[in-house]
Write a protein that binds this ligand. Structure first.
Ligand SMILES: Nc1ncnc2c1ncn2[C@@H]1O[C@H](COP(=O)(O)OP(=O)(O)OP(=O)(O)O)[C@@H](O)[C@H]1O
Length: 599
């Protein structure tokens, strides 16, 4: 999570938002598509009618043959009726098919919009801390890939499955009316094909899991190879990294070959059983027997020859649609998992915080997992107009403590108050206006430098933007860019880590919140610019409450108070001189760092 993202959220959490949705039981696919269910049903009905119409020309031709070859001579009236029925059915099929497609595509467009809005609205309400725990990949997958999988299911697969079921059923019903015994025999290839298909798909879940596992290993090896290529090459270990990738690719290849070999016989047999020639063979062989034995007239064979292949033809396609349906259900689960992330509870009657920016942490404890406390019994008051520095070993809880101030998470015990009001009682929009945050790893948006600085104060004029940039010691670097403040980050503005940090400091200065939290905000800076930014920040402290996390103690020796954390507890606090006099943990850390500098 970054300063920019925080400001993003600030914009995305207006006070007028409706009450948070309580995450319900897993909605599954049915609930996700509820808003378009009516149109989807209409489309499926239209597609069913289109599928019936697609069989009618074949039935009509069969009836035409029966009318022309009737034992008593051709029946002209019946023949014409059959011919016109075929033409009418073709036209009707075209219209119904187009209508079904238009309906599903419209419904699908609305569904995608609805889901994207729901996701955006929901993610705007989840605790900010959730974003630091969860990779953006998960959100991207749900918002892009999973929604696109649902698109395929709704816009295409639903209609394909309908046609693949209704058309053969129509053919079967008609054939049953011609000769039920031959119709049942025509079903034999279908039964045989189903048997082989079941064999080919046996162990499907296990195979799918192995497929994704093996594929995932290849992907991970590629990512590692690409991300780590600089380090790997620098240490001359290129062949080793390649070997990891080669091994993963080999494993996948072995699995894939075994899988194909083990299913080829069954799937080829299924394809053969369900093919048109097999259906024709069965129909003509059985028909010949029936005609020669006098059990059926020769003319009754025509419908079976024409429609027999239709009964089995779509089954292979149905098996593939089955995969699409499985994928759609999986995507629905993923989207639901995001929609089920518990939102940050909002107070039913929010209170406005006092404007002084006083921050009080009282009896505060916090645990990420509900089992291990990473902060315990914290009592701390940050007074307006002062700089408080948090120091301590890595993992002692500095960042966690700082992030509890703008309510990235709710505390496990105790309270955080800003301006005298419990942060849980402050509306999110108001809270984010009270606290600005500059992160270790600032995130800049792919827009102009000016708009990046203006993020926390969108209507600030150019002079205010420039003043903030000067105070953060980044103005000269910006004016040296090809288009100055109009340069676009990532295009003609490529900034170093330290420059990005100073830009995000400018952003925080402009946001002008009464409380400013700086998490290692100058860690990338060279000593000269660090000193300059520190000066600017000290000036900023007048009238504001500053909380600074620092690893390099020299950067915070002038702080009004230094708080030493160890194992999630405050173990010492005081000014630099007081803490040195105490000769405790801080004095020890200071001595170590001084030795490091002297060396
Ligand atoms: N998102 C998280 N989920 C679970 N545990 C976490 C999370 N973030 C931090 N922790 C754990 O909480 C403890 C405190 O971490 P924190 O980042 O607050 O320490 P820190 O003093 O800021 O460390 P550093 O100086 O290395 O940044 C650590 O044990 C860490 O592993």
């Amino acid at each position: 999570m970054t300063g920019a993202a925080l400001a993003d959220t600030r914009e995305g959490t207006p006070d007028t938002l409706p009450a948070p949705e309580t995450p319900a039981k897993p909605p599954g696919l049915g609930e996700l598509i509820a808003p378009i269910r009516g149109r989807l049903t209409a489309a499926i009905l239209a597609q069913s009618a289109a599928a019936v119409c697609s069989m009618i020309p074949f039935i009509a031709v069969a009836e035409l043959a029966r009318a022309l070859l009737a034992p008593g001579g051709p029946d002209e009236g019946r023949a014409w009726t059959a011919a016109w029925t075929a033409v009418g059915a073709l036209v009707a099929r075209l219209v119904l098919y187009a209508a079904a497609g238009v309906l599903t595509h419209h419904a699908d467009a609305d569904l995608q919009l609805d889901l994207r809005r729901r996701l955006a609205r929901h993610l705007g309400r989840v605790p900010l801390g959730w974003f630091t725990d969860n990779s953006s990949g998960e959100v991207k997958k749900a918002a892009a890939d999973d929604i696109s999988t649902l698109h395929h299911l709704v816009a295409h697969t639903a209609l394909e499955v309908t046609a693949a079921l209704v058309a053969p059923l129509t053919a079967l019903v008609y054939l049953l009316t011609v000769d039920w015994r031959l119709a049942l025999i025509a079903l034999l290839p279908l039964l045989l094909g189903a048997f082989f298909l079941k064999q080919a798909m046996s162990g499907g879940e296990e195979v799918t899991a192995r497929f994704f596992g093996s594929m995932g290993a290849v992907n991970a090896a590629v990512v590692e190879l690409v991300h780590g290529i600089a380090v790997i090459k620098a240490y001359g270990r290129t062949s080793r990294a390649h070997r990891a990738y080669d091994d993963a690719a080999d494993d996948f290849s072995v699995f894939f070959r075994d899988w194909i070999m083990s299913t080829t016989r069954a799937s080829t047999s299924a394809a053969l059983a369900l093919s048109g020639p097999t259906a024709l063979l069965v129909a003509t062989a059985a028909g010949t027997l029936f005609v020669t034995q006098g059990w059926a007239g020769a003319v009754d064979l025509v419908p079976f020859v024409l429609l027999g292949p239709a009964i089995t033809g779509s089954v292979m396609g149905l098996a593939q649609s089955g995969h699409a349906v499985q994928g759609g259900l999986q995507s629905a689960r993923q989207i639901h998992a995001l929609l089920a992330v518990p939102p940050l509870p909002e107070a039913p009657a929010p209170q406005a915080p006092g404007e002084d920016g006083k921050v009080e942490l009282e009896g505060l404890s916090f645990s990420y997992n509900g089992a291990t406390e990473v902060l315990s019994d914290i009592d701390l008051t940050l007074r307006p107009g002062t700089v408080t520095a948090l120091v301590g070993a890595s993992g002692s809880g500095k960042s966690t403590l700082a992030r509890l101030v703008p309510r990235f998470w709710d505390t496990t015990a105790g309270t955080v108050r800003i301006g005298g009001t419990d942060v849980r009682d402050i509306a999110p929009g108001d809270l984010y206006r009270q606290v600005s945050f500059v992160f270790q790893d600032p995130h800049l948006l792919r827009t102009t430098v000016r708009d990046n600085i203006r993020l926390g104060q969108p209507d600030a004029d150019d002079t205010a933007v420039e003043t903030a940039a000067r105070d953060a010691h980044i103005h000269d670097r910006i004016t040296a860019l090809p288009r100055g403040y109009d340069s676009v980050i990532g295009e003609d503005a490529v900034l170093s880590g330290g420059e990005s940090q100073r830009l995000s400091v400018a952003r925080a200065l402009l946001a002008d919140a009464p409380v400013l939290v700086l998490d290692e905000a100058t860690s990338f800076a060279d000593p000269e610019s660090e000193a300059a930014v520190q000066q600017a920040l000290s000036a900023l402290a007048a009238g504001r409450t500053l909380l600074v996390i620092a690893h390099r103690l020299a950067t915070v020796r002038d702080a009004d108070r230094i708080v030493v954390l160890d194992g999630g507890r405050i173990v010492e606090q005081g000014t630099h001189t007081e803490l040195l006099d105490l000769d405790g943990r801080y004095a020890h850390m200071w001595a170590l760092q001084q030795k490091g500098v002297a060396r």
